[in-house]
Design a protein around this ligand. Sequence first.
Ligand code: TLP
Length: 336
Amino acid sequence: MIDLRSDTVTRPDDAMREAARTAEVGDDVYGEDPTVNDLEARAAAAVGMDAALYVPTGTMGNQIAARTHTHRGSELLCERTSHIYNWEVGGLAQLSGLQVRPVDGGERGVISPEDVHEEFVERSAHRPGTGLLALENTHNRRGGVAIIAEEIDAAAAAAHEHDIPVHVDGARLFNASVALDTPAPRLLENIDSVMFCLSKGLGAPVGSMLAGSEAFIARARRNRKLLGGGMRQAGIIAAPGLKALANVERLADDHANARTLAVGLDAIDGLSVDTPDTNIVLVETREPAEAFVERVVEEGVRASAFGEHIVRLCTHWDVDGDDIEKAIEGVRRATN
Ligand code: TLP
């Protein structure tokens, strides 16, 4: 079975398992786990921020960021199809009392400075006030779109004109960095906080990082405890995360595999596929996506239904060029 449902399905390699086995640990709620402390320092440096916090999931990282930046009853401005708004169980409302103001970012999911100015809400006797702008890079739902630094800068500058902080959901930030050949710190030069996942393309079994200023991370640490994310001897899971940080450059292989997959699938009758920026391939299907997904499983390929006629396939470090050829053949057989 070639599992292309997500880049989260990867299994840790021997080096990661060995790192977990031999990790030095302590109680991280006391700040005494040396492996977690090392991971937090290296993660902060990797994104050019002052400090970072290890969190169990990307969802928790985003939700902590939203809660830490805002006051209850304010608004969060984000793209209409963003993860933080659509796939985090309404956490913004449930956990932080936020109202979402979604903006349509078009085919690439990019929020423009004009969008920010137009949708900004001034706090008044009648209005809640915008509390945070959340961007997503790469943009998952729009097909792993890598958003360039200048577009991020422009939206951030507009938000800062209104004194609104900016958070980036960078679950796949390093995919953007590699695809654009832009260092991650440059993509975040004008950003107040970022979440990135160790457990997606980088291959760690678990874990994400939230990074920002020292003061922001100190407050975020408190919110992590509140949400039940204060972990004890977390070095056991942080150690594979440290190995994952070294896996950034190999994301280029995933992107090359995704392009090969896109070209192969686009040549199949009834399917339409655009060339992806990164490791996420969106396939437009003539038949309903659910039916397509069921059919390709029979031929040894797992994919995710992502819309009525949209199927997502992700490349990752557990699939190589041969697997991609086999996946294309499997889909061809399934659709014949
Ligand atoms: N995304 C998952 C699913 O939830 C769709 C996936 O398979 O892509 N931000 C973005 C942009 C994400 O894509 C995800 C996970 C998250 C945040 C949440 O990360 P986790 O799953 O670690 O909570």
